[in-house]
Design a protein around this ligand. Sequence first.
Ligand code: SAM
Ligand code: SF4
Ligand code: FES
Length: 349
Amino acid sequence: MKNILEKLYKYNDLSPEELLEIITYFNYSDPERLFFYAQRTREKVYGKKVYMRGLIEFSNYCKQNCLYCGLRRENKNVERYRLSLEEIMECCQEGYQLGYRTFVLQSGEDIFYDDDKICRIIKAIREKFSDVAITLSIGEREKKSYRKYFEAGADRYLLRHETASEDLYKKFHPTMNIVSRQNCLQELKEIGFQTGAGFMVGLPGQRDENLVEDLLFLKRLQPHMVGIGPFIPHGETPLGCEVGGTVAKTLIMLALTRLLLPNVLLPATTAMGTLDPIGREKALKAGANVVMPNLSPISVREKYEIYQGKICTGDESAHCRSCIETRIHQAGFEVDLSRGDHITIGGKQ
Ligand code: SAM
Ligand code: SF4
Ligand code: FES
C-alpha cells in the first residue's frame, strides 16, 4: 500500500485497479497515511486556507423525483417556499456584512424561476456587490440558459453528477438521465463557469467499484469544485429505511479526490457535520478546503430538508459564521474570506 500511496502523491494518478485496491484496503485499515498525503497536497496548493461560501436556499420546489431527496416532488409532507428577489438580497446583504464574498444560490429544479427571473437575481447581486462570486446550484437547464446566466454575471455552477454508475443513476433518478446530467457539466465548463461536480457516498447498492467510476469520471471531467457527502436517508422518501453512508468512507473519497485533483475546491459538507459533530473538521483534515455555512432566513431553513437531522436549521447566520470560524481555527486552519477562486482562475491565492 505504501508504494501505491506514494505513487498517487507523486503523480496524482492511478489505474482503476489501484484505486479499487486503495478503497478496499482502507475499508479496514487506518487511513492516517492517506490523509497525511491529501493534506500535504492541499497545503502545496492552497496552504491552510479554508474558503467560506454563504449558502442561500431560495426555493424548495422541485419538478424532479430523485429517490433519495426530501425535496422530491412526490413528497407531499414538505411545506414549499420561494424567496422573493428582495428576500434573497436581504440574505446577501447580511452575508456581505458577515464577510462572505461568495454566495451560493441553491434550489430544487423550480421552473417558476425562469431565465429572466434568474438573470434578474444575478444582475441585482452583481450590481450591489461588485466584488462577490455568484454560484448557482439550480439543476439541469438548457445550454442557452446557462449561457444567459454566465453573461448576466454568474461565475460558478454546482451540479453534482451524483453517481457515475449508469445502473445506480437509473435506479435513483426516475425522471432524469445520466447522459443529460453529464452533458450539462460539459456545457457549463465550455461556457466558462467554474464548474462543480460531485457524488454521494453510501447510496444503497453502491459498491467500491462504483466509487472508482466516480473518481475516474472526475479525473476525465477536471471540474473546479467537487461536492462529496454521505447519503443520509430521509423518512419521507422511498429510501427512508435504507442504511446511509458513513463519515469514514466519505473521508477516504475526499482524500482520494484531493490527491487526484490537487487544485480542486473541496467542501467539508454540511452532511458530514450532520453525521458527526466534528465531521467537517475531519473533512478539512482529509483534504477539504471549503465550508458553506447557511445564509437562508431562519423561517425557511427547516423546510429545505434534503435529508433528516440537517444541522444549523435553527441557527442565525451570524451564529453559524462565528461557529464555523471557531471550528476552523481549532482544527488548525485559517479562514479566508476572499472570493476563493480556483487556482487557475486569476491565481489570487
Ligand atoms: N436541485 C439541485 C440539484 O439536484 O443539483 C440542487 C439542490 S440538491 C438538494 C443538492 C444536492 O443534495 C444534490 O446534488 C444531492 O447530492 C444532495 N442530496 C439530496 N438528497 C440527499 C440525501 N438524502 N443525502 C445526502 N445528500 C443529498
Ligand atoms: Fe430535486 Fe435536486 Fe432533490 Fe433531485 S436532488 S429531488 S433535483 S432538489
Ligand atoms: Fe451552523 Fe455551527 S455552523 S451552528
